[in-house]
Each structure stands twice: as structure tokens, then as C-alpha cells.
Write a protein that binds this ligand. Structure first.
Ligand SMILES: [Zn+2]
Length: 74
């Protein structure tokens, strides 16, 4: 698991869609790589914020993902 692979799995990880083995590899990488750890923490907080907002407004999950991708993908 490198930084690029880790980031590619970010949304699946936050949505708990990964197999236990991949999730374990990501946890290991986050523990070893502070920049990725901070990145994931930030995204998780932002996702929680969006979930709370979108639940109130009934926005579909795909819209939330698109917003996140536009905000964070370069
Ligand atoms: Zn990393």
C-alpha cells in the first residue's frame, strides 16, 4: 500500500466498503504515514458534516461524492 493506492480507496474506506484485508492495509499505511492520516481525518470530518447536511436536505449519495471529488481532487 502506497500513498496513491491509499488515496484511491479513501471513499470506500470511509464508506466501509472495503474487504477487511484492504481496510487493514490502509490502517497500517495511515499509522505509518502522517500526511495520509491527516488527509483521511479531514475527509472523514468533512464527510460527516456533509452527511448531516445532506440528510437534512435529502441530497443523494452520488451528489455528495461528486462534491467531495470536486473539492479534493486536483
Ligand atoms: Zn501515505
Amino acid at each position: 500500500m502506497n500513498c496513491r493506492e491509499c488515496t484511491e480507496h479513501l471513499y470506500e474506506y470511509l464508506d466501509r466498503e472495503l474487504t477487511p484485508q484492504v481496510e487493514q492495509e490502509i490502517r497500517q499505511h495511515l499509522a505509518d504515514c502522517p500526511p495520509c492520516g491527516e488527509h483521511f481525518d479531514f475527509e472523514r470530518l468533512f464527510l460527516d458534516f456533509l452527511r448531516a447536511r445532506c440528510r437534512a436536505h435529502g441530497a443523494p449519495a452520488e451528489l455528495k461524492r461528486r462534491i467531495l471529488r470536486e473539492l479534493f481532487d486536483e
